[in-house]
Write a protein that binds this ligand. Structure first.
Ligand code: COA
Ligand code: ZN
Length: 307
């Protein structure tokens, strides 16, 4: 049996948060169900941010009504604060991804508070989790700008580790290490992820890479080498943070699945089904920046999945 690597499809959150047009809720539901049908086991479905700030997610409650249909898939929602976590729980989500930024300038730009204040908010979300008496709540915590920041430049890896320790010991179930603006390289990935795997002490570690400077898949290979087995990816390589200047797309789901299957891992992903879906997504969204070598060149004749 090939070793399994999990891809979390973040196209419906990161992928469309900078899109020029609002994607109709029916299309979002279709996208999610076809991700499920294509064999992906996890999806970040939406974001509980104020609709005034990101109108794309004004239908988060409506989308959540489709959670029962997504059986067999772990569906999560991003939240920027306690209020978002309360809304996500009320809507029926059991998996919540709270994001804080290591870069002080990105933290201010993204959530209008310092990293320290965002850590205090994390503690309030942990208290919310503790108050759930018998109800499941899995809390992932994203560390944005872990490899550098377009606003601040250098981000101290020691600070990343310090915050990772605080949140692991403070009650996070999963650590999401994010290269928000594509500053990381494979050597940096190994140097940072090795100690984070230790800090995580058995909790899941998820890498969230953006391919802004072409190193996305090289960074995946480096993270795999140090034991990471979960990656955030976006259909057609869509994505980017609206509050980080110069941000572009996530690593591409189709290409990441292709690389990992070629390396002998099992992702469970039906790549041709994803290519058919992205064809429709391109029609629905219109003018956006779509990437992907497999969409361009096709799968090699010699390609076989390990699933
Ligand atoms: N969902 C809906 N409404 C929310 C909310 C949430 N998660 N959080 C706050 N609000 C509402 C408040 O109730 C308040 O409403 P009111 O004006 O009617 O009283 C208003 O928004 C302002 O609340 P406040 O707590 O002062 O927020 P803020 O203006 O300081 O903004 C954030 C802070 C975190 C809500 C905002 O910066 C944000 O949404 N950032 C996320 C950006 C993002 O999505 N980044 C990309 C992904 S990492
Ligand atoms: Zn991202």
């Amino acid at each position: 049996m090939a070793e399994q690597i999990t891809l979390r499809e973040v196209g419906l959150r990161d992928g469309i948060q900078m899109a020029k047009s609002f994607l109709a809720t029916d299309h979002k539901v279709d996208w999610a169900l076809r991700i499920q049908a294509a064999g992906l086991r996890e999806i970040e479905l939406t974001s509980f941010v104020p609709p005034k700030i990101v109108p794309q997610f004004s239908d988060a409650d409506e989308l959540a009504k489709n959670l029962p249909q997504l059986n067999g898939v772990v569906a999560s929602a991003l939240v920027p604060n306690l209020k978002g976590a309360e809304r996500a729980l009320a809507a029926g989500f059991t998996h919540i991804n709270y994001v804080l930024s290591i870069s002080e300038l990105h933290s201010q730009s993204n959530v209008r508070r310092s990293t320290g204040e965002a850590i205090e908010e994390f503690k309030r979300i942990v208290a919310l989790k503790a108050s759930q008496a018998g109800r499941q709540m899995v809390l992932g915590v994203g560390l944005a700008t872990s490899f550098g920041c377009t606003l601040q430049g250098f981000v101290d890896p020691e600070r990343v580790l310090e915050v990772a320790r605080l949140i692991a010991e403070g009650g996070a179930d999963e650590l999401i290490v994010a290269d928000t603006v594509g500053y990381g390289n494979p050597a940096q990935v190994k140097a940072l992820l090795q100690p984070i795997m230790e800090i995580a002490a058995g909790r899941r570690v998820i890498c969230h890479f953006h391919d802004t400077r072409g190193l996305g898949l090289a960074n995946v290979a480096a993270a795999v080498d140090v034991g990471v087995r979960v990656f955030d990816t976006s259909l057609a390589g869509l994505g980017g943070c609206p509050f980080a200047p110069g941000a572009t797309g996530n690593i591409n789901t189709e290409d990441t699945a292709f690389m990992l299957e070629s390396m002998g891992f099992s992702t469970g992903v039906d790549i041709p089904a994803l290519l058919a879906l992205r064809h429709d997504v391109e029609k629905w969204l219109g003018d956006e920046r779509y990437t992907g070598a497999i969409a361009r060149a096709g799968l090699p004749k010699t390609f076989k999945t390990n699933s």
